[in-house]
Ligand binder design. Sequence first.
Ligand code: ATP
Ligand code: MG
Length: 657
Amino acid sequence: MTEQKPIASGEIIKAVSEEFAANAHIDSSKYSEMYAASVSDPEGFWGEHGRSLDWIKPYTKVKDTSFAHDDVHVRWFEDGTLNVAANCIDRHLATRGDQTAIIFEPDDPAEPAQHITYRELHRQVCKLSNVLEDLGVRKGDRVILYMPMIPEAAYAMLACARIGAIHSIVFAGFSPDALSARINGADARLLITADYAPRGGRQTPLKSNADAALLHTRDDVKMLVVKRTGGQTTWVDGRDFDYHELMLEADEVQHPVEVEAEHPLFILYTSGSTGQPKGVVHSSGGYLLYAAMTQKYVFDVHEGDVYWCTADVGWVTGHSYIVYGPLANGGTTVMFEGVPTYPDASRFWQVCDKHKVTQFYTAPTAIRALMAKGPEFVETCDLSSLRVLGTVGEPINPEAWNWYNDLVGKGRCPIVDTWWQTETGGHLLTPLPGAIATKPGSATLPFFGVQPVVLDPHSGAEITETECEGVLCLKDSWPGQMRTVYGDHERFVKTYFSDYKGYYFSGDGCRRDADGYYWITGRVDDVINVSGHRMGTAEVESALVAHAKVAEAAVVGYPHDIKGQGIYCYVTLMNGEEPSEELRKELRTWVRTEIGPIAAPDLIQWAPGLPKTRSGKIMRRILRKIAEDDFGALGDTSTLADPSVVEDLIENRMNKK
Ligand code: ATP
Ligand code: MG
């Protein structure tokens, strides 16, 4: 069992279990040693670790990077060549051809799961590579994927990588408009999709969405369609191709195309929480190395493990931690087609038991949603196979962290709270489970080679005191860093390198405590200033969620005559709780005692739902506009999951008196 002991900051932390550390890849002394080496000699460190990949032509140059505003460039292993798919598949065939590479768990629990071996994965990807080449796709061409969470999505990613084509995945929940914009943005000539995407017992008509999208693209865009359900679709001869038909005839022999380390592997749009999504471009060599290394060490993956990341391949988490990282490491990765609450709120835990999952990685939004359904859904499952739990996407409030730790991990499993971005390719701040003691709500310390700094938001100067609060930036490059914004290098420079010269600007605020641990306080744009006190919204939200009747909360600032900014809270109650004036008062007092009078909410609006991106992140910029009474300018809402939520909030907006 884990022992709780205070360290320098005086806070209660969850210590590393000695037993876990004894079998882990990295224990605390190894972490300190390797971290020190990685920042004192990045060339040496990455030069050595880069050799864990299979290179066609080995590199002689390791790092050529600059964050200088007038000369931003990021290049790693520049003169080496490789093939990403060969690294994820071919090199494992001799030793693990019969090992399961992918476990596919369908939406409907009655449909049998599939276990796809590395040998079978190789066969499928080779055939599909030939199909893509026959359809005219060549090295450097862009291919759009608009797919359910089925093995064919992974085959398509890897087949693109195998022939040097650049994939751009559009999450299957997006509309035809979002899809056509991304096809046009990438100037793609091939779209890979499916007839329908089953999810949560419902079916999204992907093919008909794709048909609608192609009305607004060039005429020569072709479509390759996986018949997932066999449901009815319309068909345009000469434009639409049946995936399974072409695969039947395809040759099984295919030689992976040699690409330069810096050759783009994929384009992927950010979630759009803070504005117009950005088309992030990732490399082949540096990205793959970084995804593989973080997956291995952060989840402490060993031979025989069954690793499950619940993300969708439409997000970067699905790229790095369902497909590229786990497969580059020769692991077994679960692909889940469904949702956490179908057929009921125990699905995640049932799948963990069914496949004896050892590492489980999900988002705080899912944890909070399941927490609101009650403990019985977890308690009925065994979960004894689990060893490491992870979270990503938003700050996790201590309440949800504790629930995850106690109910799911039974106090046995280290929790890795991983802070990173689409732009970073892999984890930047994260505990290593055998090395770093954790504190609920903190992403703890940097991964190897990562040099976080906290800047003063006004002067831009680096704060050298350990305990501080400010803007989170990175001082130097890491191999998984994005290379550019697709087709708009200027936007890349402007977004990440011009506010704070010489640094990569993350857009997030953070606090560093006396132990040097990092706490993400939210987006810099979301920091509020109440009577001269700067405050991260995450702290107030986390206090609200700590109240037994609150399921979820989002906090924004709004113009306040006396305080400058007031605290406006949107609160979703637990199942079965009723809003009342009394509860409103209770919550005010609660936050006041939890944090202090300065943080007491000015206005609390009951929100049956919060506006979220399709990846489940709260879109505070929309909530801010509503609180500011500025409904006309909600900005880009194309990545919003459920627009009706916004209408409801506007209608019931609190009167500012
Ligand atoms: P956009 O950049 O388009 O506004 P986005 O920032 O939501 O969208 P992502 O790349 O999906 O796009 O998300 C990265 C952001 O998610 C981080 O900058 C951070 O704000 C938040 N985040 C991710 N993981 C964590 C974490 N473990 N703790 C706190 N915040 C996190
Ligand atoms: Mg972002």
